[in-house]
Design a protein around this ligand. Sequence first.
Ligand SMILES: [Zn+2]
Length: 315
Amino acid sequence: MLSVNGLNISLDKRERGSDLDFISHAHSDHTSAAKSSKHVLASDQTIQLMKQVYNLDISGVAGNAGLRLLESGHMLGAKQLCMDAPETNERIVYTGDFQMQSSKTTRPIEVVEADCVIMTSVYPDPSVVFEDKMQVGAQMQDWAREKLKGGIVLFSAYAMGKSQELIALLNDAGIRPVVSRKIHGINGVYQKNGVELDYAPAFEADGDFKELINGDFVGVTERRDVEVLAHELSVAYNKNVYTAVATGFAKVFRFRTDAQFGLSDHADFSQSVDYIETAKAKKVVAYGSHCEKFVENLQKEGYNACLFSDYAKPG
Ligand SMILES: [Zn+2]
């Protein structure tokens, strides 16, 4: 927990004794405080997505004069928390999940100068390097167009954030995909917030997916076992089915799909360093999973980095 301006602020997790629970975005590993919190600080879009996906009604949305939300570039509604502490004349920014590259379905990140940055890192290993998103997008579009000539194409992607980015990329290639019920529900929140997505929801009684699936089509699903779904479809339609995943983990693991694309909504290590340089941060506090590795690699590069548990020691 963080103490700023006399407030105990929890960062993306449930903590006893917090005055304010900051929820940076709607991915489930960041929303544990939502259920029991009396004072949530989150963007409107995050609150809409939590209602859509987890059926959570957040009523006590709070703010404070010294606190400001900044775009994090990670997904719809994802924010960083910027805290100005007048008593120490210090600015602290908590990033939550963030990405430095711009995406088709998310507003670009805002990086402000800060004394201290509390930063998460999903990819703390400098050997993991993401390519330019435009390039990855073009590779995916080419692959989908090519495979569509010979059968059905199925993409597996995380339902919230990644699927919408993928649908927008497919739309740019002139492809209108068929999507799962869960992805359709999340798309509705994106569309309500001005993100254009053209797709056909599967399973909808009034949907036009039936016409699409008579030919060769592209499907987007959140199912991890996409090869099982592919087998079912190939039997049902007597067609070739080509599978792919779209995830940053494509740079780390080998998936059992025909293709894998490193489309990430997180920063890699070098992008994290870019952030630190742009913010002119004097101190970096590593937060969340992989934080030991992140501190170690930042220190190797000469940065003043420590673990959150050493930074926010009680007393
Ligand atoms: Zn996330």
